[in-house]
Design a protein. Structure first.
Length: 286
């Protein structure tokens, strides 16, 4: 497994790999790898000849009062996990590599980047799409893998790829959950034991929505109201948003029809967690 910090060196290695006719699977991460990340890495290894993982805590996607400084950084453990799961190359840049002093180019996907999580994190997705644009240009992947837990991000990146004609397929894989239903996230490490239990209200609200739909309910307003009531019963939980949107354009839908995303963000104490389910289709497992 190669560990490379210089973008130019990564690009040179990738060119050699491409000349041999090998396909490249790419998993961009911010590190603190968990089973969700590993499922993406394994799928990339399964479907491609050469697997690349980037580990970079991207400062551009954090707001001034967010958790950039305390975001978990477990690089040695991350590298061990990558090696164990047959990663060929780990791209390990620092901010100076990707954002030199004169850096002044930013990428934004309008519409999709202005709703849901963007309402409370207005600069977040511009930071994501800017760094992903750079990473796609450096790594030149054939397929890039993202988790459904960050569905809005994956949908935005798919649009980015289409709009800018990146020759890369965007693959979104099913959310990996703990046995009790909590969606795996690097930020779960912030949760105390009691908060960890309280955080289950996110997946419980989604299960309630799915149950209502399975019983024939299609009116979004009724489903959202029931979800909000359930969450509000938990005193440590504060709702950021609960919405039902069209999967492709992220616009709210009045009635469940076609492929929809039921999505929510909830504060558990000072920790903001997100989760979602897709209604109308089933994703493949990693």
């Amino acid at each position: 497994m190669k560990i490379v910090k210089d973008p130019r060196k990564v690009n040179s290695i990738i060119k050699e790999v491409k000349l041999k006719g090998k396909s490249i699977g790419f998993v961009p991460t911010m590190g603190a790898l968990h089973e969700g990340h590993l499922s993406l890495i394994r799928q990339a290894h399964k479907e491609n000849d050469f697997t690349v993982v980037s580990i970079f805590v991207n400062p551009m996607q954090f707001g001034p009062k967010e958790d950039l400084k305390k975001y978990p950084r477990l690089i040695q453990n991350d590298l061990m996990l990558c090696k164990k799961d047959n990663v060929d190359l780990v791209f390990l840049p620092d901010s100076k590599n990707l954002y030199p002093p004169e850096f002044g180019t930013f990428v934004k996907v309008k519409g999709l980047s202005d709703c849901l999580c963007a309402k409370s994190r207005p600069m977040h997705f511009q930071g994501v799409t800017t760094v992903i644009t750079k990473l796609f240009n450096i790594v030149c992947p054939d397929v890039a893998y993202f988790g459904q837990k960050d569905a809005q991000q994956a949908i935005i990146i798919k649009r980015l790829s289409e709009d800018l004609n990146f020759p890369v397929k965007i693959s979104m894989l099913e959310t990996v959950r703990a046995k009790d239903g909590l969606a795996l996230s690097s930020r779960n490490a912030y949760l105390s034991k009691s908060q960890r239990q309280d955080a289950l209200v996110l997946s419980q609200a989604l299960k309630l929505a799915k149950k209502m739909i399975d019983r024939g309910e299609t009116v979004s307003k009724k489903i959202i109201s029931s979800m909000r009531r359930l969450i509000q019963q938990n005193k440590s939980a504060k709702i950021d948003y609960v919405e039902i949107v069209d999967f492709n354009n992220l616009r709210p839908v009045k009635k469940i029809s076609g492929k929809c995303l039921i999505v929510l963000a909830v504060w558990i104490g000072k920790i903001r967690l997100i989760d979602n389910i897709i209604v109308g289709t089933v994703l493949k497992h990693g």
